[in-house]
Design a protein around this ligand. Structure first.
Ligand code: NAI
Length: 319
């Protein structure tokens, strides 16, 4: 069952990196559902080399040919002000920002060049910041905004050869969760997706029969839900791709509580190691408040029996 058709009539949606892959799919979707679309793309290679206007122009033409409204922008996301200005100049407003533009510079940490680190940071983190920063005053003023940040399972779990990319992608989680808190009272909802999809970025690392099931269009509907005016969801992370959509959250083990005095030694922690890693009855913290309660409880504990000898044998539970 397809469900109700969500529409975005009269809204302006900015999609960065919309000249191909996932970004193109978002742009075409929003264009087909009544939105004014800013199709941003620098037009370079997947490693971030070169630039050109063709990638964005092709998508704009496609949206217009189907009866939609779209304009192109060819700036790097590092120049987010110019991208948002394109939205304001063309359509007079900005409602949704999908921070999607991205590049890869996969290389082992040992062999990574400074430029590989710097460029990944500049496109993913600085670029997302600049675009969101430029949209923010409009969103606050109109008391409405929707932000999607694009993380990756590489950032959430680590991935060989991707220290630069993983660091940048997880940075976007902290960035977005904080914006969700700051934007909430202005009806600015901010969420993170960790997509998986066939694109020029993934075609070099996944076999064709797997890629076949991972068309980027299967990521779009979740982005449609999260950016719709009816959504109330904010500050969350979702894995999405190939028909699988799932929210992710933090989990805290039972944990050890020790009195903060001279008895809090490495040996005392080793003695409580089973509690430190005990996920049998986990908590799902959503902010620092709950952690502060735990710290207060620890401060009021009676002193622990000294246990200086470090002995992890039989105490470490593998999970
Ligand atoms: P893609 O390479 O097909 O598309 C990325 C687009 O961003 C390209 O059109 C490129 O020209 C544009 N771009 C790159 N640097 C830019 C800049 N500085 N300014 C403006 N545009 C720029 O890649 P794909 O797969 O569609 O990736 C989209 C996003 O999803 C990226 O942020 C990527 O890191 C993320 N992602 C993708 C996954 C996948 O399985 N495809 C997995 C996890 C994350």
């Amino acid at each position: 069952m397809a469900g109700p058709e969500l529409r975005y009539d009269g809204q302006t949606v900015v999609v960065t990196g919309a000249g191909g892959g996932l970004g193109r799919e978002y742009a075409v979707f929003f264009g087909s559902r009544g939105a004014n679309v800013v199709v941003n793309d620098l037009g370079g290679s997947f490693k971030g080399e070169g630039k050109g206007s063709k990638a964005a122009d092709v998508v704009v033409d496609e949206i217009k040919a189907a009866g939609g409204k779209a304009v192109a922008n060819y700036d790097s996301v590092e120049n987010g002000d110019a991208i948002i200005k394109t939205a304001i100049d063309a359509f007079g407003r900005v409602d949704v920002l999908v921070n999607n533009a991205g590049i890869l510079r996969d290389v082992s940490f040992k062999n990574m060049k400074q430029a590989d680190w710097d460029l990944i940071y500049r496109v993913h983190v600085y670029g997302a910041y600049k675009c969101a920063r430029a949209a923010w005053p409009y969103w606050r003023k109109q008391k409405y905004g929707r932000l999607i940040s694009t993380a990756s399972v590489a950032g959430l779990f680590g991935s060989f050869g991707q220290t630069n990319y993983s660091a940048a992608k997880l940075a976007l989680v902290g960035f977005t969760e904080t914006l969700a808190k700051e934007g909430f009272k202005y009806n600015i909802l901010c969420n993170v997706i960790a997509p998986i999809a066939a694109s020029r970025m993934t075609e070099t690392v996944m076999p064709p029969d797997v890629l076949e099931h991972l068309h980027p269009k299967w990521v779009v509907p979740l982005v449609g839900v999260l950016t719709h005016k009816s959504s109330t969801e904010t500050g969350s992370i979702y894995e999405v791709g190939g028909g699988h959509i799932a929210k992710l959250r933090w989990e805290r083990a039972k944990g050890a509580l020790l009195k903060t005095d001279d008895t809090l030694t490495p040996g005392a922690i080793a003695a409580k190691w089973k509690d430190v890693v005990n996920f049998a009855e986990p908590e799902h913290p959503q902010g620092p408040a709950n952690a502060m309660e735990l710290l207060e409880t620890a401060a009021q504990l009676p002193p622990s029996a000294p246990a200086e000898k470090l002995d992890f044998k039989d105490k470490v539970v593998l999970i």
